[in-house]
Write a protein of this length. Structure first.
Length: 50
């Protein structure tokens, strides 16, 4: 797994917000979303809504 994926995951956990995580990582919100989707795919998990 790429270290950037882990850093993104940790930032989302810390901020609890994709937009804030994106700001802190100096990337777009869509890049954060794509990275989280890649993590979910690698780990064969699905995001729970709510």
């Amino acid at each position: 797994m790429d270290i950037s994926l882990l850093k993104t995951f940790l930032e989302v956990v810390k901020t609890r917000h994709f937009g804030h995580a994106a700001d802190h990582l100096c990337i777009t919100q869509s890049a954060v979303s794509a990275r989280i989707k890649m993590i979910e795919s690698l780990l064969s998990v699905r995001r729970q809504l709510g």
